[in-house]
Structure formats: C-alpha cells, structure tokens
Design a protein around this ligand. Structure first.
Ligand SMILES: *[C@@H]1O[C@H](CO)[C@@H](O)[C@H](O)[C@H]1NC(C)=O
Ligand SMILES: *[C@@H]1O[C@H](CO)[C@@H](O)[C@H](O)[C@H]1NC(C)=O
Ligand SMILES: *[C@@H]1O[C@H](CO)[C@@H](O)[C@H](O)[C@H]1NC(C)=O
Ligand SMILES: *[C@@H]1O[C@H](CO)[C@@H](O)[C@H](O)[C@H]1NC(C)=O
Ligand SMILES: *[C@@H]1O[C@H](CO)[C@@H](O)[C@H](O)[C@H]1NC(C)=O
Ligand SMILES: *[C@@H]1O[C@H](CO)[C@@H](O)[C@H](O)[C@H]1NC(C)=O
Ligand SMILES: *[C@@H]1O[C@H](CO)[C@@H](O)[C@H](O)[C@H]1NC(C)=O
Ligand SMILES: [Fe+2]
Length: 443
C-alpha cells in the first residue's frame, strides 16, 4: 500500500512536468485553420489539440469533432549568467476545417500526460457580408508591475471575442532568456488569458534579435515561411504584412535581401481590389520625435536623454531600408513601436509631410503616402518615455503613460485608429484615415 502511494505521488509529480501551459493561437494560411502553440517542462508523446464547436450536439468533454497531432520542438535558453542552459519545449498543432465565424472550444495535451484547461476562440469569419474588423495593437510589452494595468484591460477587452486579432509589434518579456528563461514563461503566461482566445500575431523586435532570437522563432507559429520573421495575412478589406526591422542593425544583408524579395513578391501579387487597405507592421520606427527627455516612472531608470538614436540615426537606417518599399507599394498605414511612447505622424515621405486631399487634426481623406504610428506603451520594465519636447513638424499627436491601440477597419474606405490609456480607459488620440474616390481609384 505504501509503495503504491509513493508510486502514485511520483506519477503525479511527473505528470505536472508534462502539463501544457502558455497556450496561444495564431491565424493560419487557410481561412479555415487556426494554429495553437504551448509549452511544458517536458515534451510528451501523443500530444494533440482537441477542439469542437461550442453548442455542437456532440459537445462532451470526451468526444471531440477532431483531434490534430502536435509536434514538439526544443531549443536551448541563452541566459548569459548561467553555465548550464535550460531546454525549452514548445508544441504546435493546427486546428483545421473550421466553420467561418464559428466558436470553438479546445484543450491541448493528452489523456496519458494531462490536459490544459479548456479555452475557446472564434474561427476567422467570412467577411463577404460584414467587412468590419477590429484589432488590438501594441509593441514593447514586458512583465511585472508595469504591465499590470494593460494586462487587466486586455483581459476585459477580449471577454466577448470581439476582436479579430492582436498585433504585438516586437519587444516582449524584457527579455525571454532572463532568469533561466523564467521571464519568457512569465510573459507567455501573462498573455495566455487573451492570446488563447484571439489570434496573437507578432513581429520581431530588437529584444528578440539577440539571445532571445530562438524564443521568438520557436514560441510563436505565424503563417510564415521565414520562422515568423515576415509573413502576410488578410482580414476583412485589409492586407496585413509583418516584417522585421532588425536585419540592417545586425549586418544581416543576406536576410534583408530575402525579406525584400518576400515583400516585393507579396505586395506585387496580392489582390488589391479585394483588399484595398495595405497595413504593414514592424518594430523600429521610420519616424518619431527625438529627445524623449528623461526617465519615466521608475527611480532606477537613470535620468538620461533617451532614445535620441532611435528617432535620429536609427530611424534614418530604417527609412533607408524600407521607405521606398512602402512608397512604391502605396502602403496606407505603418505601425511601429520601439520607442516607449505613443505618437501619430501625418502622411509622410522623405521626411516631409504630404498633405491629404482633406485633413484636420483627427482626419485624413485621400492620403498619397503612408501614415505612421508608434505604439510602444503597454508597459515594460524599462518604463515609458515622456512626451518629446521637440516634436517633428508633422507629429500629429503624442501621449505618455501606459496604453495600447485599437484598429478598426469598417469597409473599403474607412479606417479608424485610437489610443487607449490603460489606467482610466480614456481615449487619448483618435484618427480617421479615409480613402477618397480619387485615392480608391488610384489603388
Ligand atoms: C454529431 O454526431 C452525429 C451522430 O453521431 C454525427 O452524425 C454528426 O456528424 C456529429 N456532428 C459533428 C459536428 O461532429
Ligand atoms: C462567404 O459568404 C458568401 C455570402 O454569404 C458566400 O457566397 C461565400 O460562399 C462564403 N465563402 C466561404 C468561403 O464560405
Ligand atoms: C556592422 O558592420 C559595420 C561596418 O562593417 C560595423 O561598424 C558594425 O559594428 C557592425 N555591426 C554589428 C552589429 O555587427
Ligand atoms: C481580384 O479580386 C476581384 C474581386 O474579388 C476579382 O474580381 C478579380 O478577378 C481578382 N483579380 C485577380 C487577378 O485575381
Ligand atoms: C527631418 O526633418 C526634421 C524636421 O523638419 C529635421 O529636423 C531633420 O533634420 C530632418 N532629417 C533628415 C535626415 O533630413
Ligand atoms: C534635443 O535637445 C537638445 C537640448 O535641449 C537640443 O539642443 C537639440 O536640438 C534637440 N534635438 C532634437 C533633434 O530635437
Ligand atoms: C464605411 O464605413 C463608414 C464608417 O462606419 C461609413 O460612414 C460609410 O458609409 C461606409 N461606407 C460604405 C460604402 O459602406
Ligand atoms: Fe525595441
């Protein structure tokens, strides 16, 4: 009897090693697919995702409509303070054959080694009758106290499955490998409440370009042939393209050449009649106002002039690399982050604003060049940047303090963008980008 109890105790201890956690989903190439990824302390054979339509007549815990095999990948964490590095295991699986707009519940794991809790998501809709899409957008999201206000808001925002996707425009966890990779685990657990419900679409930031690179390449599973570095997808009337702003900063000329081939090919072949809006997102800004004066919230942040390079020399490098592409393919809207601030610029080309056919503080009708935004304030351990005392002449709005953005695209002509303060939920900036008959025809 005693032996049996010891065995039982051992078995459950081992079992927890295999318990799936850090569950998150992403859009697939196919409209009828949804990708799911998770982690465990140890990989286990026979891992699957089980999913079934909510309210299906066969909706029981044990009988599922489909079950798709997961595949495990393992990489070595790189915490420079440790000699022995930890192995990190990530499993991915595909939920396929989904009914457009259907609600599904799912769990991952196996009968043998244990299941995650149940999660639910909404499959990509059929936008023929209703093109309206809604996204939550931010970059530069860390963990701990400074991420709390935004985390709470994002959980509320996603309670009703109202959003079609979340864009995380680079820089995560600060950093994934820190403290034996525990920061990475904490970050992935922190986003799980909503990243398990709404497709969590990412781009690579500079914090994922150094020792955290493998975390970025393995933990996420974007519809990409380049390990999440660049890819595109469509929602409603919008073609989204994710790219990495990092190659020019790490002398990766070969990688940038490959990326440029992808961008050229993707943007010259997708159907612009079907998707009149072209929105790109990548981490470092082409344009932002310099001289984000001193420290933000935390006393320990040294009182230095921050981010001058980010908006001066480095922004010039980003422009040299990408501006002609965004100009050539008539990108409508460029989403950047990296600077821990919120800023919206006008329609800009070659460092000069290009007037819209009509414009005021919160509206641009008929833009001929991209409009740029920087959204880097959900909160992280490096604090935020106060408002720049020396804004660019074409800086339209700035905000400091914790916050995140919402992107709503109503139809082929109306795009709406707003910035929300996490602390009190006020809207600190809002903006309409509207296509005129001229600009629509031009596309
Ligand atoms: C539910 O079960 C019935 C009877 O077994 C079967 O005919 C039907 O295809 C199932 N539906 C789904 C959605 O699995
Ligand atoms: C989307 O909906 C339209 C109109 O309701 C329909 O004609 C079309 O077949 C649907 N497409 C898909 C892929 O389900
Ligand atoms: C990239 O190359 C330049 C010129 O060769 C060099 O000055 C710079 O330090 C290199 N940067 C990195 C990150 O290797
Ligand atoms: C692009 O989409 C439109 C509208 O759906 C369609 O009429 C047209 O044939 C498509 N063009 C190409 C090249 O597929
Ligand atoms: C861009 O424009 C700003 C403001 O007009 C100016 O201060 C800056 O020097 C310009 N930068 C370049 C690289 O031309
Ligand atoms: C930054 O601030 C310094 C000192 O106030 C000023 O001399 C400089 O012109 C500013 N630079 C920019 C790009 O605004
Ligand atoms: C597009 O959406 C806007 C905002 O809701 C609305 O005012 C406009 O009438 C819509 N246009 C079309 C063609 O439906
Ligand atoms: Fe960054």
């Amino acid at each position: 009897m005693r032996n049996f109890l010891i065995l039982l105790a051992l078995f459950s201890a081992c079992n927890s090693l295999y318990l799936p956690e850090q569950v998150h989903i992403a859009l697939d190439w196919e409209d009828t697919g949804m990708r799911v990824s998770w982690s465990a302390d140890q990989p286990s054979y026979g891992s699957v995702v089980q999913y079934t339509p909510v309210n299906s007549p066969n909706d029981t815990v044990t009988k599922f409509a489909y079950s798709n095999m997961g595949s495990w990948k393992t990489f070595l964490n790189m915490d420079v303070s440790k000699i022995l590095q930890r192995h990190i295991h990530v499993c991915t699986a595909l939920m396929s054959g989904l009914i457009p707009g259907g609600y599904y519940k799912y769990r991952v794991g196996s009968e043998m080694y244990g299941w995650s809790s149940h999660f639910a998501f909404r499959a990509k809709r059929n936008f023929t009758d209703d093109p309206l899409i809604r996204l939550l957008v931010y970059g530069d999201f860390g963990i701990g106290q400074q991420a709390e206000a935004t985390t709470e808001r994002l959980i509320q925002e996603t309670e009703t499955y109202h959003y079609d996707a979340i864009l995380h425009d680079g820089d995560m966890a600060y950093d994934f490998p820190s403290y034996d990779g525990s920061y990475g685990d904490r970050f992935m657990r922190q986003i799980e409440p909503y990243a398990s419900k709404i497709p969590y679409m990412t781009s690579q930031g500079n914090h994922e370009a150094d020792t955290a690179t493998l975390h970025y390449l393995y933990r996420f599973n974007m519809p990409s042939k380049s390990k999440n570095l660049w890819y595109s997808f469509n929602l409603g009337k919008v073609h989204f393209l994710a790219y990495t702003s990092e190659p020019p900063f790490w002398n990766q000329t070969g990688l940038q050449k490959q990326q440029q081939e992808f961008i050229d090919n993707d943007l010259s072949t997708y159907n612009r009649t079907e998707y009149p809006w072209l929105v790109v997102f990548g981490h470092r800004p082409l344009y932002c106002s310099a001289n984000w004066s001193t420290s933000g919230l935390e006393d320990w942040v040294p009182p230095v002039i921050r981010n001058n390079n980010d908006c001066l020399q480095d922004a010039q490098v980003v422009r040299n690399t990408f501006e002609e592409l965004w100009h050539k393919y008539k990108v409508d809207f460029v989403i950047n982050a990296h600077v821990h601030a919120y800023e919206r610029l006008a329609s800009v080309y070659h460092n000069v604003s290009v007037p819209c056919e009509y414009e005021d503080q919160n509206t641009c009708i008929g833009a001929s060049e991209p409009v740029f935004v920087v959204t880097g304030t959900p909160g992280n351990q490096e604090s935020y940047a106060p408002i720049s005392p020396t804004p660019l002449p074409f800086s339209m709005a700035q905000d400091a303090g914790w916050g995140y953005s919402r992107l709503t695209v109503f139809n082929s002509t109306h795009l709406y963008w707003e910035q929300i303060r996490s602390v009190d939920q006020t809207i600190s900036d809002w903006f309409w980008l509207i296509k005129s008959s001229k600009s629509t025809a031009y596309n």
